[in-house]
Design a protein around this ligand. Sequence first.
Ligand code: ADP
Ligand code: MG
Length: 307
Amino acid sequence: MTQDAICIEGLKKTYAGGKEALKGIDLTVPAGSVFGLLGPNGAGKSTMINILAGLVVKTSGNVRIWGWDQDANPRQSRAAIGVMPQELNLDPFFSPHGALEVQAGLYGVPKAQRKSDEILELVGLSDKRDAYARTLSGGMRRRLLLAKALVHNPQVLVLDEPTAGVDIELRQMLWENVRKLNRERGMTIILTTHYLEEAEEMCDEIAIINHGEKVAQDSTANLLGQLDAKTMIISPESPVATLPAAPGITAHAREDGSIALSYHAKETNAEAVLASVRAADIQIRDVRTEQADLEDVFLALTSSRAG
Ligand code: ADP
Ligand code: MG
């Protein structure tokens, strides 16, 4: 039997003021997975995470966390999830150790079962155990937020943009910790990001949301298979009358006089694209390529859906 760590049905959120941040999302996250929630800024990722965390009240829909219905079993569903928020909201007067003890108290973890020092060790903050939070660097604060999310040993750990604006060293440390928690403790991990490469490297499964709607959910391998779209940009020596044409290549003229040739790397190679340009008698002054980014993915997914 495979259990769902998270099961969301028809989740809607309209903020006071009328912004429809979530327009009816269905989402299941398999237990034991590292799950990526992708989407551009404003897509509704944090709204969804904050509803899971109990920080934002949903407008309608059902949320079950580790089998517990959020409305019927608020205490159990809250205990099953730990959230590292996007915002760096820390009480500046607590030390890391103090902050973890307070958090453990909030979650009703008995003193004998607290693991504050072990958790500080895990996130590499042992030497800052008793320093004031306000003296910590941005990266250390982020690690402390991760530590806080772990005090009640939740089955599901949610990280909202954990690596936005952090340096490579910290990013690597966070990734290692997250992998370790997943592999060694079987913790289900949900992370939001707008970095495609991060999702690619970390996640077993990915859901993409855009404008408050889910536009795709699949294994990372399947999803990335759809994302091998490439574009070659040709700057011609002189204005082009006839665009190149060949199977698997879509050409269009850009306003600056260049020609964009879109193709799928799996089906068509760069040589075939260049050959189509030569066949159209176009003299190449300059050439460069563009990889598909998340933006293209959204366009591809939303347009293929409409079409
Ligand atoms: P993401 O995390 O994907 O960037 P958010 O969930 O933060 O997206 O935001 C989704 C939409 O909801 C955005 O248009 C944002 O401006 C709006 N929004 C977020 N929080 C609030 C709020 N407290 N009040 C009103 N609108 C909000
Ligand atoms: Mg966000």
